[in-house]
Design a protein around this ligand. Structure first.
Ligand code: AMP
Ligand code: ZN
Length: 113
């Protein structure tokens, strides 16, 4: 996707602070952190959002969640953390490339919205 910010980060056209990378996914620090630890995990394949996950592409989501658990452990989020994926206008999604936020490092708000 030519005009996708996260595709540009994957291609290295925009720099990011990488936390984890393999052939399928990339994890990097959010540029505007909402918690002491705020990491984004994205598939290298362009998928627009959770609403575009289907039987043909869902294996990547399983892989992402395996790595989320590993990243959280490596970041010492031993007291817990939150995984969030915003979808569409009402969900507050601003970058239309599937991503999972990992938020932690402090007691997070009990409000979900
Ligand atoms: P969302 O609002 O769920 O679509 O999340 C998009 C996230 O991407 C926001 O938390 C932004 O702070 C983050 N973001 C935008 N541009 C960059 C960038 N160049 N590097 C790292 N994170 C970014
Ligand atoms: Zn993209």
């Amino acid at each position: 996707m030519d005009n996708c910010l996260f595709c540009k980060i994957i291609k290295g056209e925009i720099t990011s602070t990488k936390v984890y990378e393999d052939s399928e996914i990339l994890a990097f620090r959010d540029i505007n952190p909402q918690a002491p630890t705020h990491i984004l995990v994205i598939p290298k394949q362009h998928i627009g959002s959770v609403s575009e996950i289907n039987e043909n592409n869902s294996a990547i989501v399983s892989h992402i969640f395996v790595k989320i658990a590993e990243i959280a452990a490596k970041e010492n989020l031993t007291n817990g953390y939150r995984v969030v994926s915003n979808v569409g206008e009402d969900g507050g999604q601003t970058v239309h490339h599937l991503h999972f936020h990992i938020l932690g490092g402090e007691k997070l708000s009990e409000k979900m919205s």
